[in-house]
Design a protein around this ligand. Structure first.
Ligand code: NAP
Length: 260
């Protein structure tokens, strides 16, 4: 099926690793124009180099928590590609801390990264998205938004706020034909989990460690997700093939979500 993304322009935040990187790769394969950002420009450029995006790819340094940097990012996207059709709010990382260890600054940082940054980016992108004939926003979220885990209390709360915000935005922007959807992730094998494995000091292989966690968390499919599996859903939600889908939350979680 042709996703009809050719010549559409999509901004992917957090494009240097994991889900963001897989999304950039897929969008380029669909011959979309892609603006990818991350804080570390060197890492972003070397991660994207194998894709050979050429004229279709712009890699830009941006910390999505900084409003001025986000505005500059959108200005660069407009200058380079003349507009914007899709926005993937993906930048982030997890904060594995129980309430007893969380400081007030941790709470502020987490809300800044997982909530305010999305609001910043959507606000800055809206003038361009409004000019697109088929605009779509995809907010990367987590099953934690609906199924909180006390080991990740700040992430769970911030994700719940983002889910609520996404629904409000979808209702408001539907009148302008701009679709807003969320992808709720379970556990996906990316840099986040590789870093945790390295820090854990466990003796076994990554595969053993992953299988143990998958069993412990009750992941129905018995394994972590792969970044490509998430990217495929993101591309579908960006595509005009999903033209009647807005305000939805699609779980890409291997069955770990237990809510209905
Ligand atoms: N993997 C999972 O199991 C899982 C589960 C639930 C939700 N998620 C969410 O899915 C998204 C992608 O996660 P991932 O697993 O692919 O993570 P990842 O491999 O660690 O990649 C994170 C990306 O975000 C960028 N980033 C982080 N902070 C940023 C900031 N302030 N401004 C701009 N870019 C920033 C990173 O680059 P720089 O460090 O250079 O900025 C990197 O490109 C995140 O929002 C994460 O919370 C992941």
């Amino acid at each position: 099926m042709d996703l009809q993304l050719k010549d559409r322009t999509v901004l992917v935040t957090g494009g240097s690793s994991g889900i963001g990187l897989a999304t950039v790769e897929l969008l380029l394969a669909e011959r979309a124009n892609v603006v990818a950002c991350a804080r570390d420009l060197g890492r972003l450029e070397s991660a994207l180099a194998p894709f050979g995006g050429g004229e279709r790819l712009a890699a830009i340094a941006c910390d999505v928590r900084d409003t001025a940097q986000v505005e500059a990012l959108l200005a660069a996207a407009r200058e380079r590609f003349g507009g914007l059709d899709g926005l993937v709010n993906n930048a982030g990382g997890s904060r594995m801390k129980p309430r007893s260890e969380v400081t007030l600054n941790d709470w502020r940082d987490e809300l800044d990264l997982k909530f305010s940054s999305v609001l910043n980016t959507v606000t800055a992108a809206l003038p361009l998205l409004r000019q697109s004939p088929a605009a779509a926003i995809v907010n990367i979220n987590a099953v934690l938004a609906r199924q909180p885990d006390p080991r990740l209390i700040t992430t769970s709360a911030a994700r719940a706020g983002l889910l609520n915000l996404s629904k409000s935005l979808s209702i408001e922007l539907a009148a302008e034909g701009i679709r807003v959807n969320s992808v709720a992730l379970g556990l996906v094998d990316t840099g986040q989990w590789r870093r945790r494995y390295d820090e854990s000091g466990v003796a076994g292989t990554y595969a053993d460690w992953e299988a143990e966690i998958a069993a412990d968390r009750g992941i129905g499919l018995g394994r972590f997700g792969r970044a490509e599996e998430v990217a495929a859903m993101i591309a579908m939600l960006l595509s005009a093939r999903s033209s009647y889908v807005t305000g939805a939350t699609i779980d890409v979680d291997g069955g770990v979500g237990r809510y209905v």
